[in-house]
Design a protein around this ligand. Structure first.
Ligand SMILES: *[C@@H]1O[C@H](CO)[C@@H](O)[C@H](O)[C@H]1NC(C)=O
Ligand SMILES: *[C@@H]1O[C@H](CO)[C@@H](O)[C@H](O)[C@H]1NC(C)=O
Ligand SMILES: [Cu+2]
Length: 327
């Protein structure tokens, strides 16, 4: 199927009004934890639910072989910058859109039997040596670097350990291109810089990000270290050798389930920043890709994966549709 027909099919979804959120109050927020701080039982249950999502039926029904995990990748790719002319990166919507996307994924984990909170990966903490992070553990984590020796259809080597070693993403940038889950960690630099580009998301870099006092400034500065985590793990595109790994392209990156832990940290950093100044949970400014000033009433499109949202419902983690906090 051609991309243009996907776009035509989903264009209509954009015009739909979003469903109003229920008016129930948030009295007992869920506490989201760092991966290594969750119990082993929760980590294992999270992983088995994440595997379940890679085997669950597609909601979009675009391709007979697609799973629910493929839907996440497909929707993210469609909204990645040029395919639908709706942008979710390099624009203010970056943070609320991904906050809502994480919630949709968390609901899917729960539908797959996981009862715990969404979890995140504190990549800032691990930035001096990201490859030693417990998130890559083959049993209580997402498995390690791509290491398959066979050809992987032009992609980086396939991941060969951990719960996703048999996961075959269907899409690449919203086109059909099945392959084994690919990772291509950027190696240490010649001057001893940390592997996975860890130096680009260090605590020092993050201090600079947190000096920003406007939403537009904070969002713009935060996006860069986030891009380096994508590129550091996915490699390939950034490295120009060995083929792309799934997390490395900002379009197809939800193919790698670690995406949702990476974005959990991005979401937590926004939450932290929001608490560091008066009125910041309502602060939403800057311009979109067309130079239009953004508004709290802007739509967050989910292209049929879930109801469309509205930015104002995803600003504050205490709002009824979210109702969580971070440990
Ligand atoms: C991990 O859990 C401990 C004890 O509950 C808490 O004090 C600590 O802040 C947590 N660490 C992180 C990174 O959340
Ligand atoms: C879809 O699945 C069928 C049955 O397993 C397989 O023969 C076919 O190659 C798959 N197509 C793609 C594009 O993955
Ligand atoms: Cu994204």
């Amino acid at each position: 199927m051609k991309l243009t027909s996907f776009v035509a099919l989903f264009g209509a979804a954009l015009a739909l009004p979003s469903a109003p959120l229920s008016s129930r109050a948030c009295t007992n927020p869920t506490v989201r934890k760092e991966w290594r701080n969750a119990t082993v039982t929760d980590r294992l249950a999270y992983l088995s639910a994440a595997v379940c999502i890679t085997k669950s039926p597609s909601r979009l029904g675009i391709h007979p072989n697609a799973t629910l995990q493929d839907d996440f990748s497909f929707v993210h790719a469609l909204l990645s910058d040029s395919l639908t002319s709706i942008y979710i990166h390099t624009v203010p919507a970056f943070l609320p859109w991904h906050r809502y996307f994480l919630r949709v994924y968390e609901d899917a984990l729960h539908a797959c039997g996981y009862a715990g909170p969404a979890l995140y990966w504190d990549f800032v903490h691990d930035s001096p040596s990201p490859s030693r992070s417990p998130v890559w553990d083959p049993t209580t984590g997402f498995g390690g670097n791509g290491a398959g020796t066979e050809s992987n259809g032009g992609f980086a080597p396939r991941v060969v350990d951990g719960p996703f070693k048999d996961w075959r993403p269907l899409y690449w940038n919203a086109g059909v291109n099945p392959h084994g889950l690919a990772r291509n960690w950027i190696p240490k630099g010649s001057e001893g810089e940390p592997e996975m580009a860890g130096g680009k998301y260090s605590a020092e870099i993050m201090r600079g990000v947190f000096e920003e006092t406007t939403y537009a400034g904070f969002r713009a500065k935060l996006e860069d270290p986030h891009n380096h985590v994508h590129g550091g793990v996915g490699g390939g595109l950034q490295r120009g050798e060995g083929g792309p790994g799934d997390l490395g392209a900002n379009t197809a990156s939800p193919n790698d389930p670690i995406f949702f832990l990476l974005h959990g940290e991005v979401d937590r950093l926004w939450w932290l920043w929001q608490q560091q100044g008066e009125g910041r949970t309502g602060m939403y400014d800057g311009v979109d890709q067309n130079g239009r000033a953004v508004e709290l009433d802007d739509v967050l499109p989910m292209m049929g994966l879930a109801e469309n949202g509205v930015v104002r419902d995803y600003m504050d983690v205490n709002s009824p549709g979210l109702c969580y906090t971070y440990e």
